[in-house]
Ligand binder design. Structure first.
Ligand SMILES: Nc1ncnc2c1ncn2[C@@H]1O[C@H](COP(=O)(O)OP(=O)(O)OP(=O)(O)O)[C@@H](O)[C@H]1O
Ligand SMILES: [Mg+2]
Length: 264
């Protein structure tokens, strides 16, 4: 089996460097992700988040540095690493011609699992896709596709999951649905490394947050630890204003989707 003692971090990255020609994208990246935790790699466009994930998933080679995933070295044990992970890329990898259920059954078959139909039905239920199960994915909304994409990455129960910008391009409701799915994953002991450009996403989801900037991790800690790095200069007393997201969700009636069209 590919399990390791719990004390051993699920992901360990040391001195990772990667350049594309003259462009130095990673200049020495270090971090650990403990088992069963959600770790957010936060960074702006082009900061190297996808590059890091691709290196850890053994799709791309680092120039120097080492990394271990589930106790296996990415350079010398790439096959073991691949068996330990599942990757949901920045752009959904679902087959548009097939239905949601067919996509899931296909992946379960490819992984030689018993009873692919039951696995598919269980995931469809967990990701609220049962009603749309037999529809072609080409008719799905962006949020439904993302959920299906994440559901596909869960087949086979990989101990480590990489989610590259799991909610980019989604509306607030769909984002919350994806967040719930990610929380459920970690609740089952899966280690999740996700990348995001959204501060609120990291704030909502992550046990630890690392900020990738100019090729290095410039901050790494829990939200509380990161907040301590930037203590407020003055104490101000203000009425708490709802966030735009709260207002948006209140107006559209998040719990009752039929309310969306109520005023038409
Ligand atoms: N195959 C490649 N060849 C050349 N340059 C590349 C290649 N892949 C990525 N880059 C460059 O490396 C930098 C980091 O890219 P990367 O995709 O890792 O960033 P990112 O943090 O995922 O960005 P985004 O938030 O836009 O997804 C960017 O400047 C990008 O243009
Ligand atoms: Mg990216």
């Amino acid at each position: 089996m590919s399990t390791r003692p719990a004390a051993d971090p699920a992901i360990r990255v040391r001195g990772l460097k990667k350049s594309y020609g003259k462009l130095e994208v990673l200049r020495g990246v270090d971090f650990d992700v403990s088992r069963g935790s959600i770790f957010a790699l936060l960074g702006s466009n082009g900061s190297g988040k996808t590059t890091t994930v691709r290196i850890l998933a053994t799709l791309l080679k680092a120039d120097t540095g080492t990394a271990g995933v589930n106790g296996f070295d990415i350079a010398t044990q790439p096959a073991n690493v691949r068996e330990s992970i599942s990757l949901t890329g920045q752009f959904a990898a679902v087959d548009e011609i097939l239905s949601g259920r067919e996509n899931l059954v296909l992946v379960a078959r490819l992984r030689h699992l018993e009873d692919p139909g039951a696995i598919a039905d269980d995931l469809l239920r967990r990701f609220s896709l049962t009603d749309a199960a037999t529809r072609r994915v080409s008719t799905y909304s962006g949020g439904m596709r993302r959920r299906l994409d994440i559901a596909m990455s869960l087949i086979g129960n990989s101990p480590v999951i990489f989610l590259d910008e799991p909610t980019s391009g989604l509306d607030p409701e769909a984002r919350i649905e994806v967040w719930q799915a990610v929380r459920e994953l970690a609740g089952h002991g899966t280690t999740v490394l996700l990348t995001t450009q959204y501060l609120d996403e990291a704030e909502q989801l992550a046990d630890r947050i690392a900020i990738l900037h100019k090729g290095r991790i410039i901050a790494n800690g829990t939200l509380a630890e990161l907040k301590k790095l930037f203590p407020p200069a003055t104490v101000e007393y203000v009425e708490k204003q709802p966030t735009l997201e709260e207002i948006f969700l209140a107006i559209i009636g998040h719990d009752d989707k039929t309310a969306t069209g109520a005023n038409t």
